[in-house]
Design a protein around this ligand. Structure first.
Ligand SMILES: C[S@@+](CC[C@H](N)C(=O)[O-])C[C@H]1O[C@@H](n2cnc3c(N)ncnc32)[C@H](O)[C@@H]1O
Length: 248
């Protein structure tokens, strides 16, 4: 997979895209990152990429021309049209389903905003507008890194095992079960006995129930979308009723 990022702050990406799992993914050839300085497509000698908003108001707005030129230049020569992602707080909320969708694309171009955001005509370039949450950041660079990280770890060969992602929070429609490592007892609190039993079937059953319990307690909205057996759904309903009674 290839990810192109267009930003007025290209220098801030390297420490994230070059480190840890993302750096390894790049070395393995599972992903290519290309970060472009939007100012390279500005027209004037000051390399201007923003201007005052028509109609007045505070702040500056990102000009359309450099962004259109940048996207067209980055797209050029690509056999298959890349998926253009515009990061903005008005976009579709990023969730694991959208991450999986984007991870399956051959090429992504991520456009990062700054200031008060984009001239609205820039939206016509986007295949998808993505928000990473209902809050406003100063720029699109962190959202671009979030997307790059989330899609990279799903590329084949990046994680040690596919199972590692299958059980994770939001992949199966459930939050992940509680995890423990050594020591078996820490400050008087012990790891559940079943995890020390070596009985893989019992461990799997315990993890499934705890994932349902955790999801029912923390994210009942997510549980509604999870694939559960009738028995599991009854268990989840009982947990939710108990939580509601406690809350009365
Ligand atoms: C200060 S924000 C502009 C917010 C804009 N005035 C609004 O109210 O929608 C500047 C840029 O940061 C990025 N950004 C900020 N918050 C974001 C979020 N929650 N998700 C994705 N991108 C975000 C976008 O690229 C945005 O254009």
């Amino acid at each position: 997979m290839r990810i192109d990022i267009i930003s007025i702050l290209p220098d801030i990406f390297e420490s994230v895209l070059g480190s840890s799992m993302l750096g390894i993914a790049r070395e393995k050839g599972a992903v290519e990152f290309h970060v472009h300085d939007l100012r390279d497509w500005a027209e004037d000698r000051h390399r201007t990429t923003d201007d005052y908003p028509f109609g007045g108001g505070h702040g500056m707005v990102m000009k359309p021309e450099p962004i259109f030129r940048a996207v067209r230049a980055v797209e050029a020569g690509s056999q298959q049209a890349p998926t253009v992602v515009l990061v903005c707080p008005q976009g579709r909320l990023l969730d694991q389903a959208l991450v999986e969708d984007l991870a399956g694309r051959e090429r992504l171009i991520i456009i990062c905003g700054r200031y008060e955001g984009f001239d609205d005509r820039v939206r016509s370039l986007a295949d998808v507008e993505v928000s990473i949450g209902d809050y406003v950041l100063t720029g699109g660079e962190l959202p671009a890194m979030v997307i790059a990280d989330a899609v990279t770890r799903l590329q084949p060969g990046v994680l040690a095992s596919v199972e590692a992602t299958r059980d994770e929070s939001h992949s199966s429609g459930l939050l992940e079960y509680p995890q423990y490592t050594r020591p078996a007892t820490f400050e008087g609190r012990s790891v559940p006995d079943v995890l020390l039993s070596g009985d893989h079937a019992r461990i799997a059953a315990w993890r499934r129930r705890e994932a349902i319990r955790r999801t029912a307690e923390r994210r009942p909205d997510v549980l509604d979308r999870a694939l559960l057996t009738d028995e599991e759904r009854a268990f989840a309903r009982a947990l939710r009723d108990a939580a509601a009674t406690r809350g009365q």
